[in-house]
Design a protein around this ligand. Sequence first.
Ligand SMILES: C[S@@+](CC[C@H](N)C(=O)[O-])C[C@H]1O[C@@H](n2cnc3c(N)ncnc32)[C@H](O)[C@@H]1O
Length: 275
Amino acid sequence: MMTLSLPEFNFIRRLVLEQSAIVLEEDKGYLVESRLLPLAHREGFASLDLLVRRLQAEPFHGLHRQAVEALTTNETSFFRDFHPFEALKKFVLPDLIARRAAERELSIWCAASSSGQEPYSLAMLIRENFPQLASWKVGILATDLSTDVLARAREGRYSQLEVNRGLPASLLVKYFQKRGCDWYLRDDIRRMVDYQIVNLSSAWPFSPPTDIVMMRNVLIYFGVETKKEILAKVRRVLKPDGYFFLGAAETTFSIDDSFERVQFERATCYRVRKA
Ligand SMILES: C[S@@+](CC[C@H](N)C(=O)[O-])C[C@H]1O[C@@H](n2cnc3c(N)ncnc32)[C@H](O)[C@@H]1O
């Protein structure tokens, strides 16, 4: 039984679609309620429908933003799926290091980075395996729609449960310090990553040519037209010989044929097809 009426539920679905491109299917009533109820309580509303009525009555402001953010799924982990990081270590970074030997610059964009485990996995992978890059200009930009997850990412503080997921013990002891119950990432690794709010479904506030784009586990939330628009924009920011990573359940196949699939052992990535 939903406490929200159908028009209230549809209002939330529309708000989330307009602000983030995330499609909430008709059967997501339970998800909407369980995610918005804590926000309603935190903001002092006696019930969920009072929160929704306030959102309906007022023009877009911070409360609407918080409601949208509460409905994003921020699930992530260190070295998620393992194989893409092996491909980066064994094939992609060695190839790019050879190609960029003259300019000694590399730019990596981690779009939809959530609370930072993905960009920090990359930063640790680079620090561990490519000491020669210490004298290069290496930019890792991590972006997300959600201000809350980016604040967490910037802090570089993770719970025991979070560091237990995917982070090898050798990297935990080398790059993290335990204070109280939490683990804090070393400053030199934290400083390798810059954070910025970017809504993938709006205009992107930058367009530097990028060597590697990681956009994993976010396109799954969007409709096909939004995926097409985003992939077209990726094509514009990715260098012609750059590499593009999606999540394990995502593909460019039958959405944008200008990408071709490249397999590195058990990892798949994409490159812009040569004309
Ligand atoms: C499931 S997490 C994926 C995190 C990480 N890339 C990974 O694969 O582990 C999805 C992230 O996408 C972000 N997101 C959802 N819609 C977005 C949008 N329109 N623009 C930018 N980020 C968005 C969410 O805030 C969330 O942090």
